[in-house]
Design a binder for this molecule. Structure first.
Ligand SMILES: [Zn+2]
Length: 396
């Protein structure tokens, strides 16, 4: 074990961010410690002190000024609208029936094929499917949402136009297909089997033009360009990808995970009425699943130079509200969020209402892997959900 000591003081409230950033850039780090005057970094082999120093000083410079704002505000859920309560109860009854039908299966396994990638078999797979079906049914019953089945990749141009390169660029994965050049291709297999560690692999690949979904709702905006958006509600589920490097685990930080989203288009007035309904719905879903939870405004940390401005604007409004759930053997995990986008997506994609005005959007997103994680330790899920349904005034 090799330890590097950097004589740089890091404030208490920046330390979690500092640890995350160090593990992102140096996944081989095995531990990070702080004292009043320095940072101690442990790894199997010595790490380049100059590169470590530049990460630590850069994070210090970006976050010191705003660190006192790095706290969240608890949000109280408004009352559930009657029709939404009825929709949740109907969708919950269907969920309970589906869970019950697969609960008898003794086979259940969560496999870990690699860091940040999970594979679910048996009851866990059935549970993820049933929760996804519950959320889709709810979006259809409460909002007459249209289901959209989305692919796992989209054009990098679309992702850039959506502003994602400015905020989440460091987590993107490009998709590089095999070369179409015959000669290069013919030398590929001999190279692959030559056993040199594949560090020249890129020579056999084409320049990527696609990225793996960083967020599902990015599929919704190009789709809605050129057609009247008035009051459209879409729902989609699929794989999302975030390469968090050394911060990946096989719990709440996965490289590939499944999301179910609903995306709402509308003018300020109509979305202003939708938002409290969604907050109430998110709380009711937490009650149904028997989560120990809190709704809270979120603080996403962005890596780029406009981080301060973005973080600040996110905190002064309720633009992102998260459902934080206490997981048995760890801290709170954000299981779902409601995001007010304003015209952030509709403007660059030229989306308009029938009268030519630019609508706003909101999305509500649930992480299905994290929901499954939060339900770990529940022995009989159907009974657990029945109790939850009774809490929100229904029965099955
Ligand atoms: Zn979204």
């Amino acid at each position: 074990m090799s330890t590097t000591r950097l004589a740089i003081a890091v404030q208490d409230n920046i330390r979690p961010t500092m640890r995350t950033r160090l593990l992102f850039h140096f996944p081989q780090i095995e531990g990070v410690e702080f004292d009043d005057t320095s940072v101690l970094i442990h790894a199997g082999t010595p790490l380049p002190a100059d590169k470590l120093t530049s990460v630590v000083t850069s994070v210090n410079a970006h976050y010191t000024a705003i660190s006192d704002r790095l706290h969240t505000t608890v949000v109280n859920a408004p009352d559930l609208v009657k029709s939404d309560a009825a929709a949740i109860r109907a969708a919950a009854q269907r969920l309970i029936a589906q869970v019950e039908a697969t609960e008898q299966s003794v086979y259940d396994e969560v496999l870990v094929p690699q860091r940040g990638v999970n594979l679910y078999a048996g009851r866990s797979a059935a549970t993820v499917r049933a929760i996804d079906d519950f959320l889709r049914t709810l979006a259809e019953l409460a909002y007459d949402a249209t289901e959209v089945r989305v692919p796992s990749m989209l054009s990098a141009d679309v992702v850039d136009r959506a502003g994602y390169f400015d905020t989440g660029c460091q987590h993107l994965s490009f998709v590089a297909p095999m070369t179409t050049d015959l000669e290069t291709f013919e030398s590929f297999l001999p190279y692959w089997r030559s056993g040199d560690g594949h560090d020249q692999l890129h020579r056999f690949l084409r320049t990527p033009t696609n990225v793996l979904n960083p967020a599902l709702c990015l599929h919704a905006y190009p789709m809605m360009a050129g057609r009247p958006a008035d009051g459209t509600v879409l729902t989609m589920s699929g794989s999302c990808f975030r390469d968090e490097s050394g911060n990946l685990n096989n719990r709440e930080r996965l490289r590939e995970f499944t999301m179910r989203e609903a995306i709402f288009f509308g003018d300020q007035a109509s979305l202003g009425a939708t938002h409290p309904r969604l907050v109430a719905t998110m709380a009711a879903i937490a009650e149904l699943f028997g989560f120990k939870y809190q709704l809270s405004t979120a603080t996403d940390i962005f890596f780029n130079d406009s981080a301060q401005a973005q973080l600040f604007s996110q905190l002064v409004s309720d633009s992102k509200i998260e459902l934080l759930v206490q997981v048995d053997d760890g801290g709170p995990v954000a299981v779902a969020s409601i995001n007010k986008h304003g015209q952030h997506f509709t403007k660059p994609f030229g989306i308009t209402d029938g009268d030519g005005t630019t609508p706003s959007t909101i999305c509500m997103a649930f992480g299905l892997d994290r929901m499954l994680l939060a339900l770990r330790g529940v022995t009989r899920l159907s009974d657990h959900l029945r109790q939850g349904l009774a809490r929100i005034g229904g029965q099955a």
